[in-house]
Design a protein around this ligand. Sequence first.
Ligand code: AMP
Length: 192
Amino acid sequence: MRILMLAPPGAGKGTQATRLAEKYDIEHLSSGEILRAEVEAGTALGDQVREAVDQGDLVPDDVILRLVSSRLVTAATNGGYVLDGFPRTLAQAHAIFDQVLANPGWQLERVIHLEVPRDELHRRRQARAEAEGRADDTATVFEHRLDVYDRQTAPLIDYYRGRGLLIAIDGSGTPDEVAEQIFAAVDDLAPL
Ligand code: AMP
């Protein structure tokens, strides 16, 4: 099963990707988590991306590709993946699916677009900020991340709709309610 979660910050991509990975025994790949681990470990690459991550700006496409390419191929050859946080630009989408995962058996099968109203995104942002204390969950940085999403990531919605891969899911309910809808939307892809 090969799935992409596409949604603005705070919509529940990570939560739902974790559930999908557990239910269908596929690899959950989160570019945000991979980047935060690099920053926390203080690697050279972590130091290079720290400012962009903390300020809610995208890190360069080549950095993302370097971090995710081998993990992607491993997952694609081991039962599949659920991507959380990437591709986040059309350029990343082309680089990943025209180059890294060019093999037809490794391509995306479905894109889950979680739709959540803005006021609910802000409410969830505040709850997560209190629970996790991420530097990029402050009100100002989060607002910037929403702008970045609208400008750089939202074009992927039409791109994948045009390819017949997009399924829109109402992401405003509880995690259980949303998960149920997502499972129903992908269950036909599960191996028998
Ligand atoms: P996330 O956890 O997906 O919200 O990502 C947190 C931050 O990591 C983003 O605001 C970006 O700074 C960076 N980031 C995560 N994924 C990507 C990506 N695919 N391309 C560029 N920057 C990313």
